[in-house]
Design a protein around this ligand. Structure first.
Ligand SMILES: OC[C@H]1O[C@H](O[C@H]2O[C@H](CO)[C@@H](O)[C@H](O)[C@H]2O)[C@H](O)[C@@H](O)[C@@H]1O
Length: 571
């Protein structure tokens, strides 16, 4: 092996000679003992750590399934189509397959595991992802609430609050090697969702100080000052300092950084940081973060052009604006029970001001009036990436991070989904992630369930501001396509419903719920990126349940014809 990794560098976040850094990890991962790099770092040891290391110089799952008490879903009766009704009932029961509890007793004395322990049960995405993930969990919680599993939703949120208390921020996922980065900040949105469903004020008050702690993490570690003319703005970017391959993608990162490159040490370290930062964005990886956007036969490795930390992403700032606005509102309404009147007034005013300043910055730097859309800002070129459409631009409409000028302009609101509509008209499936075909998984032709949720919610929200139903037909078509894609790919991989839908004779599996989809059809899963497409799948199940509850008159397609859900004109 070519020993180019600086093994003397001990990352502060992750302190294990097996799972984080060191000759054992390096040897196993570069030897490609397992096809998926994540497999090795997720194995608990079967012997105490010193014996493992000693054996190197010469693993049981710690999770147990949670018992489930299933009850029929009341709202299911309003789903008219019996195939969809049966399928959603399947998804309702599938949570038990994805729910686990941390169990230390399965570890032998002195043995170690990369799992970060938690006290309460949790839901995982599925497939290779057998630990919980930060932003996935928002969409999982939406699904749990649809399933009436309020207490499991609350358990998940409480685990996250504990993590923020312990680590000072919410890590990417529940593994030791995820402790150097977060993911899109959805915790406040999770508490909001839970509160809207349960009206549990006590829980909200308990969460409030912890949410503030998370807010401080983002402010302290990811704020960037941008000068424009004589004005100064502050916005946030994703930002992870990292000097070595991600343990769960060691082989991939090692080759990206070292194999056949002539990078200087600074370029190597920058790329390691941009790779880890890319994972923090949740969009690992996408042309939004790279300088080269599309794959060509001459492209050596698009990932080598990653510039993640130099992009100011729309969705991160919309989420932070929502955090600021929500914290201000909650301090105003409930603060008197947890703090003094003076503190309550101070905090309310502080968060209001933060939100106001952020919106001004988003308006000046991210908003394009001609296209009636937000775009990411590039700190290298000091310009907006006006040519790069992605549904990330719709987060501000979902969350309400819109300047009053725009919110009260019918003319502008009438144009905000023009781009989205035109892009949807080009393919029969769900909304693409970007328009670039890079071979990375967060690009064309992949579409992802959480982004369909954001887009549909954004359309419904803008209709409320317009006080009409301009975008309802577009939202419905997207809902139809999202439900049909998940349903057809499940059916074509062996899904069946007793008495309603017979299993296809050429299938041996029992129907897969995929993590992502190919937008060029209504029947295929997505692909590309650094691991094979995963099934389970937490956010797909959650988003699908939400869609069928909201659009209960959808009709299941026969899955043989494509191009059946035409987008409406928006004149
Ligand atoms: O192992 C590679 C990367 O896998 C994760 O990212 C992807 O799966 C997550 C779970 O569904 C999802 O949250 C993320 O958006 C996906 O891109 C993980 O989050 C990365 O940190 C990891 O390096």
């Amino acid at each position: 092996l070519d020993l180019q990794v600086d093994d003397s560098f001990q990352p502060r976040f992750c302190n294990s000679p097996i799972y984080c850094e060191g000759p054992l990890l390096k040897t196993v991962q570069l030897a490609k003992l397992f096809p998926d790099s994540k497999t090795f770092v997720d194995m608990p040891t079967k012997k105490p750590v010193d014996q493992v290391l000693e054996a190197f110089n010469s693993l049981g799952k710690t999770l147990i399934k949670q018992a489930f008490n299933h009850f029929p879903l009341q709202w299911l009766k309003k789903v008219k189509d019996l195939k969809y009704r049966g399928w959603i009932d399947n998804l309702h029961h599938a949570w038990s397959q994805l729910t686990f509890k941390f169990n230390t007793s399965s570890l032998c004395e002195g043995c170690v595991s990369s799992t970060l322990p938690v006290k309460r049960p949790f839901v995982v995405p599925g497939g290779r992802f057998r630990e919980f993930y930060y932003w996935d969990s928002y969409f999982v919680i939406e699904g749990l609430l649809q399933s009436g599993l309020d207490s499991l939703a609350r358990d998940m949120i409480e685990n996250f609050l504990d993590f923020v208390d312990t680590y000072g921020f919410m890590p990417n996922g529940a593994r030791i090697y995820y402790l150097n980065r977060s993911q899109p900040p959805f915790l406040t949105e999770m508490v909001k969702l839970y509160y809207q469903e349960t009206k549990n004020v006590d829980f909200l008050k308990k969460a409030l100080p912890v949410l503030e702690k998370e807010y401080s993490f983002w402010l302290k570690n990811t704020t960037v000052t941008i000068h424009q003319g004589d004005k100064k703005y502050k916005l946030n970017h994703y930002n992870v300092e990292n000097h070595s391959p991600r343990p769960e993608s060691y082989y991939e990162d090692y080759n990206t950084v070292y194999n056949g490159t002539n990078f200087t040490t600074k370029q190597q370290l920058d790329l390691f940081s941009d790779l880890a930062t890319g994972a923090e964005t949740g969009w690992d990886y996408t042309s939004r973060w790279t300088k080269v956007k599309d794959y060509t036969p001459d492209t050596t490795d698009i990932l080598r052009t990653l510039d993640t930390r130099n992009i100011i992403p729309v969705e991160l700032n919309a989420l932070l604006w929502s955090m600021e606005t929500t914290l201000a509102g909650w301090y105003q309404d409930f603060g008197s029970d947890i703090t003094t009147d003076k503190q309550r007034a101070r905090k309310t005013s502080y968060y209001k001001k933060q939100a106001k300043k952020r919106l001004e910055a988003m308006d000046s730097l991210l908003w394009n009036q001609d296209q009636a859309s937000f775009f990411d800002y590039n700190l290298t070129s000091h310009a907006r990436n006006d040519d790069d459409y992605s549904p990330a631009s719709l987060y501000p409409f979902w969350l309400g991070a819109i300047p009053d000028r725009v919110r009260h302009s019918t003319e502008t609101l009438n144009r905000v989904f023009d781009l989205t509509r035109d892009i949807l008209a080009k393919t029969p499936g769900i909304l693409t992630t970007t328009t670039h075909n890079s071979t990375m998984q967060w690009d064309f032709p992949n579409g992802w369930p959480p982004l369909q949720y954001v887009a549909i919610k954004a359309m419904l929200q803008v209709d409320q501001w317009l006080e009409n139903e301009r975008y309802a037909p577009l939202a419905k078509v997207l809902a139809e396509r999202a439900a049909a894609s998940a349903f057809c790919s499940w059916y074509l991989t062996g899904g069946s419903i007793p008495g309603e839908l017979q299993k296809l004779s050429n299938t041996t599996d029992n129907g897969h719920m995929f993590e992502k989809f190919d937008v060029r059809s209504l029947t295929a899963s997505g692909f590309g990126g650094e691991y094979t497409v995963q099934v389970g799948f937490g956010w797909t199940n959650g988003v699908t349940m939400w869609i069928l509850n909201k659009f209960s008159d959808l009709v299941a397609p026969d899955c043989t014809s494509s191009n059946i859900y035409q987008v409406p004109n928006l004149n």
